[in-house]
Design a binder for this molecule. Structure first.
Ligand code: 5AD
Ligand code: SF4
Length: 444
């Protein structure tokens, strides 16, 4: 038995949806009267909000648990440890056996965290990896204070079953939050200080709402409604599947001013043969044609993607097709990973494992190409005038950091407040960031 905790620390790993869930768990514990602390080693309760997407992410959880215990132990403390997120969902009781943690709670049931913590304090087993039909969102406290750029989860889960991916198993089937609940949360976020909202979902562009008599609504309808919220200057969404990119959503990129010119659209591989083995249900050319349609309505759009190298059976010729797709697209930024076999996924049983040194080599070559393109995109932005959302102070005196519409990090010297939207001219570009100079007028 451990005493009921007075202070807590939430640490999130992995994707932006986990960041969102981590914030909501923190709000939930604060609403119970617990105090947040930045230092895991001094907290009475440490919540590790975990990621299961690749093997290294999973192993990190176990090493983190060990480190937290060691650091706290030096101060004679033994914090209560709760494992939340996708590792909790996938491993369940195995975590309790392996790491003797106090609480295990899956991503669909974290609204029960306070009750589970109370159970653990009473010496009871505290494990909840249910995927209840009733959404957790209704049981979470209202949003009160957020930064200028806030996340809002609108859709969860995935029905696509790409053969390498654990998400359909850890996050469950695709579900969309109701339209009215999202609009209410967006208004609450704006009241709490947000100027920009990023709509989140594992397949965010699959969001839909049957809309009752109003007829079925898609993500573009939601975006057009949020666009009318006073004070909300910018809307983004991530992450999308190519097959859910409807014409309505493409059109919104052409005429909704607050929808930022940025699209994260993972492709994973440039080889149609590998895409088929991945069960992506689109080929290389489908993807390229889709991007042409997006660029037709929004020529300046910044494109981003995810790539996996070394999927089972990937030959040098397949990989060359990935490199040539990268050349054809010219990404503004992208994420690339070595394939990691995940237990229980179809790809884990496939023949044709790619040797680790070949994966390393391909990842290096891919990242060199992606870095080159990112730098080229930044250089091509020099001279542009745009709005900058100021997000935080920089390291140098008087320096502020913000994001351009194309999601570039921009440094600026000037007397601006966090949350200001400033009109700037982009003056110089490096591979990872740019510098800007404020124009006289301040953008709305
Ligand atoms: N191995 C490597 N990368 C993976 N991703 C998902 N599953 C795996 C895996 N088993 C990558 C994909 C996805 C991103 C979130 O993580 O690129 O788009
Ligand atoms: Fe995983 Fe594919 Fe679903 Fe994305 S679309 S979450 S990669 S199964």
């Amino acid at each position: 038995m451990k005493p009921a905790p007075q202070t807590f620390h939430v640490k999130s790993f992995g994707c932006q949806m986990n960041v969102y869930d981590g914030e909501r768990m923190a709000e939930l514990m604060a609403a119970q009267g617990l105090r947040a602390t930045d230092d895991a080693a001094s907290a009475d309760l440490v919540v590790l909000n975990t990621c299961h997407i690749r093997e290294r992410a999973t192993e990190k959880v176990y090493s983190d648990i060990g480190r937290i215990r060691k650091d706290a132990g030096k101060a004679g403390r033994a914090p209560m440890i709760a494992v939340a997120g996708c590792v909790a969902q996938a491993e369940g009781e195995e975590i309790v056996r392996r790491a003797k943690v106090d609480v295990v709670v899956g991503p669909q049931s974290y609204h029960n965290l306070p009750a589970l913590v109370a159970d653990a304090a009473a010496g009871l087993a505290a494990l909840d990896t249910e995927m209840p039909l009733l959404s957790k969102f209704g049981a979470l406290p209202a949003r009160r204070r957020v930064g200028p750029s806030a996340f809002l989860t609108v859709q969860e889960g995935c029905d696509k079953f790409c053969t390498y991916c654990v998400v359909p198993y850890t996050r469950g089937a695709e579900i969309s939050r109701p339209f009215a609940a999202i609009v209410d949360e967006a208004k609450a976020l704006v009241d709490a200080g947000a100027r920009e909202i990023t709509l989140l979902g594992q397949n965010v562009n699959a969001w839909s709402d049957d809309g009752g008599p109003a007829g079925s609504r898609g993500l573009h309808d939601l975006i057009r409604t949020l666009d009318r919220i006073p004070g909300l200057a910018r809307i983004r969404y991530t992450t999308s599947h190519p097959n859910d990119m409807t014409q309505g959503l493409i059109d919104a990129h052409g005429d909704v001013e607050s929808l930022m010119p940025f699209l994260h659209l993972p492709v994973q591989s440039g080889s149609t043969r590998i895409l088929k083995a991945m069960n992506r249900s689109h080929g290389r050319d489908d993807y390229l044609r889709l991007l042409d349609r997006v660029r037709a309505v929004r020529p300046d759009i910044a494109l981003s993607g995810d790539f996996i190298v070394g999927f089972p059976g990937e030959t040098e010729a397949d990989f060359a097709e990935t490199l040539s797709l990268v050349d054809a697209v010219g990404y503004a930024q992208a994420f690339s990973f070595k394939y990691s076999a995940r237990p229980g996924t179809p790809a884990a049983a496939m023949a044709g494992a790619v040797p680790p040194e070949v994966m390393d080599d391909r990842l290096q070559r891919l990242q060199a190409a992606l870095n080159r393109d990112q730098h080229a995109f930044n250089l091509a932005s020099v001279g542009r005038t745009c709005s900058l959302l100021i997000e935080r102070r920089g390291k140098l005196p008087g320096q502020m950091l913000g994001k351009s519409p194309w999601l570039q990090s921009v440094h600026l010297i000037g007397d601006h407040a966090i949350g200001d939207l400033v009109s700037v001219t982009l003056a110089a570009a490096g591979p990872n960031s740019l510098t800007g100079a404020a124009n006289i007028a301040v953008a709305a």
